[in-house]
Design a protein around this ligand. Sequence first.
Ligand SMILES: *Cc1c(COP(=O)(O)O)cnc(C)c1O
Length: 461
Amino acid sequence: MSENPFRELPSMTKLLAAPALLAARERHPQAIITAAARNALDALRSRLTAGEQFDGNIDALAAEVVAALDAQATPTLRPIINATGVVLHTNLGRSPLHEDAARAAYEAARGYLNLELDLVTGKRSSRQNSVRAGLKAITGAESATAVNNCAAATVIALRSVAAGKEVVVSRGQLVEIGGSFRIPEVMVVSGATLREVGTTNITRLSDYERAIGSNTAALMRVHASNYRVRGYTKAVPLEQLVELGRKHKLTVIDDAGSGEAIDLEPFELPGEPLVSAGIAAGADLVLFSGDKLLGGPQCGVIAGRAELIQKIEKDPLMRAFRLDKMTLAALEATLRLYRDPQQALREVPTLRMLTTPLAELRRRSELFATRLRALGGLTVGVREDVAYVGGGSLPDVGVPTTVLAIAANGLSESELATRLRTGTPPVVGRVQDERVLLDLRCVFARQEDELVEAIKKAVQL
Ligand SMILES: *Cc1c(COP(=O)(O)O)cnc(C)c1O
């Protein structure tokens, strides 16, 4: 046994001279390679201290360093294949953008644009002007503006309308959307005071009426986006809240959430409020997300009375919540697709995926199953299943769907799922009944070949 456990430890010079590390210079800066080599030697020193042996294989050690370097250089955020069937998956980035919107964001990103410049007069203009017309068109509102997300929209709307005053909300609507968006806490941040009325299941107009006092500024309806209260329930329709608000000169705010701009009932996707319905019902402000059913970039829309929108845009918080040039460009391009609702249904990826006819999905799945079976080593079935919209939209509407149910010889279903998830590109599916379920609903046609390759690699490993 060697007296000195570190006698086997290679020198830094020797490790850096390994062919693999010399070759790595083509892909990585020398300083980064040196740092990674030092880390590897430090780790080896700890292992030797703990009594482990080093076999003297410097090339193997260099290979570990290269693997660490390559892993470091891989972007953390990567495009993935969403085979979950969940169209609005918050963890997967919610809505994918239409090509026009993605291109608009790309062009805005890589150059200059007239973000706040009126090209005709040469004078300064408002960045919100680029999306105002489109937002007015889909909501029917007098004016509209957009901020970072619906959470920001809620905070700034409440602050402008009701800071230091009370806002009346039904106890049945004190929602938590996830990621710390909770109405009572949002209210605190905005500086308004929450005045809860009614009970979890029943709130009557008289409950609101009794709560109105000299310090009341607004009545707010919050859409129960990600849950439903069923059974013995009663909520006050927005029209009645508006009537009550008018009588007492209060602002009525409708947090509609999901941002449905085209009626999806004909596609058996009922239950979300249309963004135009809140305005038609007379709400002074309607708030919704841009990256849920609207199918645009992450943002929050505030539509309503011009005078209120103006006040919101003058709020100092607007500077903190305002949209960047890429998002504005993507939102403007998305809204342009809505000029023709039929075109929007066909082309906005979120809407197209949600309304894909089941027969079409089944046909596509059958064809895909044939390709997978040809790979060998796989058992592939096609079966009916139920998917959910996700993203805090349509919580109890299961959308009938078709999935591929896959099992690989010699691999457990969770092992297969892990290999798919950690492959390139990563594939995210679901695990159920000893199978990995892949739903093609959210898999773009351009990803099909990649998906076949990814599955092939996962099985071969
Ligand atoms: C989703 C949602 C929000 C939060 O929207 P983000 O854009 O995710 O901030 C707020 N209110 C309602 C009712 C929602 O559905």
